[in-house]
Design a binder for this molecule. Structure first.
Ligand SMILES: Cc1ncc(COP(=O)(O)O)c(C=O)c1O
Length: 361
């Protein structure tokens, strides 16, 4: 049984006690038989989270490393980015920083990408890859990933590179069924682990393309990760305490079951939507674009969002403030990871109690 959760940041999210405790285990050599055994256990289960029969691996880094690695390893020049928030903008900037020639489709904040817009762009120019953020944590937008991936495959042979940082483990991500060439995610969001590891899948087709890309770097070379993975280990010294944590948390995630986990997140989102609607609290996000893992809301009438976040913190509750362009005008509830219905209900009750003091102050 976990303690009640009062921590609703949209990442890092609450981490269960047994997972935190797992990190205190003694160190071992990362080329030892014991580590190989641990690695094999993880390698057998991680593909079930990413829903792939292909390679599923991890890097000792935050998600941004893998955003960079995907571009460095799989793009020679031409990549199309879907930009609809701070993290998709970051990915576009990474492509520029690597000297690639990225183009972007800009989608207004709070809206999801329409697959037809993407189709039109793909008909104008041939791209090696399309880079999409599944769940824009900054605005609480979830893009229709299955449709987007289908559009890319139907319009040409571009690779589908997806940041599933704040969706994996909380919303359906079907790597094989949807034809995702890379799906990458930090573990500190809906997988409910401490930050510091990032997981990813790499399709066979992507690996073949990578072999044609020069100067993939070293820590950013996804082919190197794959060859070490196939030998049963990591390219460098892994963040061992986090690997222990991953081992324990994978058991919890798979015991719940991916479908059940997605259903719980859907329920949490619906509870939040119903609560907001009853109080006339508006979502900043368009109704057809709302994320299953994070709700981005405008504050109730007469309340400043940063003040609400501060007042909740005084009572021991953590929610996210707004992010980027929406910093002052929104607040975000991360209903992800191990959050249960009762935890969310307690938070929503507390917000109800705190709001009058925000109006008075
Ligand atoms: C959608 C998304 N992509 C990328 C990142 C960057 O992740 P990290 O801080 O793990 O590098 C975040 C972080 O919040 C995110 O929400």
């Amino acid at each position: 049984m976990n303690e009640p959760i009062r921590f609703f940041l949209p990442g890092p999210s609450y981490v269960p006690m047994d997972v935190r405790q797992a990190m205190t285990q003694p160190m071992m050599g990362h080329r030892s038989a014991a580590f190989k055994e641990l690695y094999a256990k993880i390698a057998a289960r991680l593909p079930q989270v990413l829903r792939t029969r292909g390679d599923a691996m991890f890097a000792s880094a935050s998600s941004t490393l893998l955003m960079e690695a995907a571009i460095a390893s799989l793009v020679r020049q031409d990549v199309l980015h879907v930009v609809n928030g701070a993290f998709s903008k970051r990915w576009f900037d990474i492509s520029k920083a690597l000297g690639k020639s990225p183009d972007k489709i800009e989608v207004p904040l709070g809206q999801a990408l329409q697959p037809d817009t993407l189709r039109a762009a793909l008909r104008r120019k041939r791209y090696e890859a399309v880079a999409v953020v599944h769940n824009e944590t900054s605005t609480g937008v979830m893009n229709p990933l299955a449709e987007i991936s289908r559009a890319v495959h139907e319009e040409g042979d571009a690779l589908v590179l997806v940041d599933t940082v704040s969706s994996l483990g909380g919303a359906p991500v079907e790597v094989d069924e949807w034809g995702l060439d890379v799906a990458l995610a930090g573990v500190q969001k809906a997988l409910a682990l401490p930050p510091g590891l990032a997981v990813f899948s790499l399709s066979e087709r992507a690996a073949e393309r990578a072999a044609q890309v020069p100067h993939r770097g070293y820590y950013t070379d996804l082919l190197l990760y794959r060859s070490k993975h196939r030998e049963g280990g990591t390219i460098t010294t892994p963040a061992l305490p986090l690997v222990y944590a991953l081992d324990v948390q994978l058991d919890r995630i798979l015991a719940e079951g991916m479908e059940a986990r997605w259903a719980r997140h859907r329920r949490l989102q619906q509870r939040t939507t119903a609560w907001a609607a009853e109080r006339g609290i508006e979502y900043a996000t368009a109704p057809d674009a709302r994320s299953l893992t994070v709700s981005c809301l405008k504050p109730p009438a007469g309340v400043q969002a940063p003040d609400l976040v501060k007042q909740l913190a005084k009572q021991g509750w953590t929610v996210g403030g707004g992010y980027g362009d929406w910093k002052a005008s929104t607040f975000r509830i991360g209903h992800m990871g191990e959050v249960q219905d009762a935890d969310l209900d307690a938070l929503l009750r507390t917000i109800d109690e705190v709001v009058p003091s925000c109006i008075a102050s």
